[in-house]
Design a protein around this ligand. Structure first.
Ligand SMILES: C[S@@+](CC[C@H](N)C(=O)[O-])C[C@H]1O[C@@H](n2cnc3c(N)ncnc32)[C@H](O)[C@@H]1O
Length: 446
């Protein structure tokens, strides 16, 4: 078998002038004809950069000194921003970040080539700090220093970043990173806790402690005390995701909640999918209603509906909304949310929406009918199978919410072959300071 050798990383530093940004927000420059991708470098800047990786076609570097500074360079909100892999864009002014994300989106339409949006809507932006309600934090005991790290991985390494706080997470947990470290170090199994997940609603939050070894009664008492002192629910995960259970909740057996739009309150469990940025979620739902304009006599199909985030907002306006979701548990949570909000014009179904056979007409679908509007909010892989057979549902309008511009551009091309025009697109700053590009697209039948 051929052995792959890692290319030797050049030693020393080089001076590079940055021409433009890559899709992941790194500065791009050239040296002796070779392309360089440089972290922490903005267009127009001249930087002195150190190599971190070398490939045949390009090298990867990190800027260490800035000979000239872009007017759109800002001081990062986090002192570890240049080390921590959780954020990549903190050195960019938020206006540049969102302009860059819009360009990434438009580049994908150009790259796929078959469809161009008729209009580009202004970006949706909200607070860019303290927004993140969901995260998976790595945990590691470092024997040499007898201390515990809690945080995200470093850039260009598998080590966890030594952070004391995180300004991106909601403050209720972002300011408690030190307390989490002390908590884990106090457990008898401090070497066997690899991860802590966090999940917050508007006012209540939970932590999920993954532990590889059984906890003692003293450990459980410590965790309950932490939950009580910090007003947090504490969940344990001894094995796979199905083993997550509540150890302590300050509110008894109640779900977390977030306010949506139209006076709706959404209930969720810490392991359910929810949008990470709650103010942006509300803006996204308001824009959905504004773009789609569901009428009182219309039927809507909401695909990849989760626990009914779009479904219920649409149901406030439309005659009837059908939500379809891969997880049976989430579909059931959708019904609970409908009932808690007094809505009875919705149905939820569980189905694998990436199963091409589902749409081939060979399998019976309980929700197989025509609709006035379809909402799609797929994972990164997109919604190719559905888009190929969209005529089955015959919607006049399609609203597509995307977390991956490449699959959105691909699916837009597929929808174009079925007679849909791309009326508008717009980016939404769901994950400020990271390279995630969230966007919305409206298609109409020509
Ligand atoms: C981006 S989330 C959107 C959820 C929801 N629309 C919201 O706003 O909260 C994508 C959803 O698709 C679901 N999903 C992932 N793969 C799926 C599949 N193959 N079939 C159906 N649903 C799937 C996930 O469980 C998740 O709820």
């Amino acid at each position: 078998m051929a052995r792959r050798f890692r290319k030797k990383i050049p030693q020393g530093s080089v001076t590079v002038t940055i021409d433009r940004l890559s899709h992941d927000g790194r500065g791009i420059g050239k040296l002796d004809g070779k392309t360089l991708f440089v972290d922490n470098a903005l267009p127009g800047e001249s930087v002195v950069a150190r190599y971190v990786n070398s490939r045949n076609q390009f090298d990867e570097l990190v800027a260490e000194t800035h000979n000239s500074r872009s007017a759109e360079r800002v001081e990062p909100a986090c002192v570890k921003a240049n080390i921590c892999g959780g954020c990549s864009l903190q050195h960019m002014h938020p206006d540049l970040q969102i302009r860059h994300k819009q360009q990434v989106l438009l580049d994908q339409f150009t790259h796929f080539g078959s469809v161009q949006p008729e209009t580009v809507a202004p970006p949706l932006v909200a607070d860019h700090l303290g927004y993140r309600t969901k995260a998976r934090l790595g945990v590691k005991y470092v024997r040499k220093y007898d201390h515990v790290l809690v945080g995200f991985r470093e850039k260009h390494s598998n080590f966890l970043t030594a952070i004391e706080s995180c300004p991106i997470l909601v403050p209720a947990i972002g300011e408690q990173i030190e307390a989490l470290k002390v908590l884990v170090r106090g457990l008898s199994t401090y070497e066997a806790v690899p991860q802590i997940e966090i999940a917050f609603g508007d006012s209540r939050g939970a932590i999920i402690i993954r532990h590889m070894e059984p906890l003692t009664a003293a450990d459980e008492a410590l965790l309950k005390q932490f939950g009580s002192e910090h007003t947090l629910a504490v969940y344990l995960q001894p094995k796979g995701p199905d083993t997550v259970h509540c150890l302590y909740s300050p509110w008894g057996e109640v779900d977390l909640t977030f306010a949506s739009v139209e006076g709706l309150t959404m209930h969720f469990r810490p392991t359910d999918f929810t949008q990470v940025n709650l103010p942006m979620n509300r803006m996204m739902l308001a824009q959905t209603l504004d773009w789609l304009k569901p009428e009182a006599n219309e039927k809507v199909l909401d695909l990849f509906c989760g626990l009914g985030n779009f479904t219920l907002a649409l149901a406030r306006h439309a005659a009837n909304v059908t939500g379809v979701e891969g997880s049976q548990d989430m579909a059931e949570q959708g019904y609970r949310n409908a009932s808690a909000n007094g809505l009875d014009n919705v149905q939820f179904y569980a189905a694998n929406l990436h199963d091409a056979e589902l749409f081939a007409g060979t399998k019976p679908l309980p929700w197989d009918q025509t609709y006035d509007c379809v909402v799609l909010d797929p994972p990164r892989t997109g919604a190719e199978e559905i888009c190929r057979t969209m005529k089955r549902f015959a919607p006049a309008r399609i609203l597509y919410v995307s977390c991956n511009p490449a699959t959105l551009a691909r699916d837009a091309g597929i929808l174009a072959t079925q007679g849909y025009r791309l009326k508008k697109v717009g980016v939404m700053d769901m994950f400020p300071h990271t390279t995630h590009v969230e966007s919305m697209a409206l298609f109409e039948k020509s």
